[in-house]
Design a protein around this ligand. Structure first.
Ligand code: NDP
Ligand code: OXD
Length: 309
């Protein structure tokens, strides 16, 4: 019998185990560090994989990321012939859509400003803008960015998105490639970052990008902490170039208690909870990919190592 090895949160792992036992009883499910016979491990699902992957698990055939992002993997440590698959499952999409819609609506309806006003017992209505007058821009039009835009459109926002390749999404103005980034930013009042972290996107959320946005724009950052230059963000908030920022990801994580971002009046921080993989739907998505692999069919979420996502 081959083994499926799970190396992430053990509580959720036990939920995965129940689903595997029900759906694929001929595959032994083990939770790290109880790996059994390493020669029998064909599949690994991990948030962070073990060191010495090749030596430790010599018969590994597929690595699954338990998250949508794969930047925490050292791609050079995974044998070239072993596919790496990122997580695409309905639970992660639903969670992200909820969080990002909440954040966009909070900025659209000035909730951070009202929180500050409440702290001073200040009753002061701010001017309301209609949704169609608010331009939302989403960086990254993958499974999460597209699902978010489909939902934001329903509020009547003026929606746009930016990706590497030209995309077509009903009701959304799509921009592609570095040459169109400034045009996309110039029409964005609330920017949502849903990019993967790669060599091209690291540090992208910095002064240059902030200065290309309309003055007072809002930022919702749900990508990765290393997309963001925190000093540039603070400077942009202090000059008013940016109005507010909602950050779910930081660098490092956890954010140290003495970091300036914690106390900045125009920053809301959550501890990387925008979206988490849901055990029931994630286990089913991985089982479907195992079936695909065993039938020689294309894997859903296969990482392109050259692109880095
Ligand atoms: P996908 O791989 O499906 O989509 C990535 C998108 O980014 C694609 O549209 C891609 O363009 C675009 N992109 C990548 N590189 C560039 C570039 N250099 N220039 C322009 N566009 C680029 O990812 P997901 O939608 O599944 O997830 C996105 C990210 O969200 C994850 O990598 C992770 O960092 C973050 N995340 C955060 C979570 C949280 O809780 N905070 C939870 C889950 C994910 P193209 O379409 O042309 O390929
Ligand atoms: C992910 C995450 O990438 O939770 O799935 O950040």
């Amino acid at each position: 019998m081959s083994t499926f090895l799970y190396k992430a949160d053990p509580v959720r792992g036990r939920q995965w185990a129940e689903i595997f036992a029900r759906e694929q009883p001929d595959l032994e499910f083990r939770i790290w560090p109880d790996i059994g016979d390493p020669e029998k491990v064909r599949y690994l699902a991990a948030w962070v994989p073990p060191d010495d992957l090749e030596q430790r698990l010599p018969n590994l055939q597929v690595v699954f990321s338990t998250g949508a992002g794969i930047d925490q993997f050292d791609l050079s440590a995974i044998p070239a012939e072993v596919p790496l698959v990122r997580m695409i499952e309905p639970g992660i999409v639903d969670g992200m859509v909820e969080y990002a819609v909440f954040s966009v609506l909070a900025l659209h309806r000035d909730m951070p400003a009202y929180r500050r006003q409440q702290a001073q017992a200040l009753w002061h209505p701010l001017q309301v803008r209609a949704a169609h007058e608010r331009r939302i821009g989403v960086l990254g039009l993958g499974s999460l960015g597209q699902s978010l835009l489909e939902r934001l459109r329903l509020f009547g926002f003026d929606c746009a998105g930016w990706a590497r390749s030209q995309r077509s999404i009903e009701g959304v103005t799509c921009f592609a490639g570095a040459q169109s980034l400034d045009a996309f930013l110039a029409r964005t009042d609330i920017l949502v970052c849903l990019l993967p972290l790669t060599e091209e996107t690291r540090g992208m959320l910095g002064s240059r990008l902030f200065n290309a946005l309309p003055r007072g724009a809002g930022l919702v950052h749900v990508g990765r902490g290393q997309h963001l230059n925190a000093a540039d963000l603070i400077a942009a908030l202090d000059t008013g170039q940016l109005g507010e920022a909602i950050l779910d990801v930081t660098h490092p994580e956890p954010l140290p208690a003495d970091h300036l971002l914690w106390r900045h009046p125009k920053v809301w921080i959550t501890p990387h909870i925008a979206s988490v993989t849901r055990p029931d739907t994630a286990a089913m998505a991985v089982l479907d990919n195992i079936r695909r692999f065993e039938h020689g069919e294309p894997l859903i979420g296969l990482v392109d190592r050259a692109r880095g996502y």
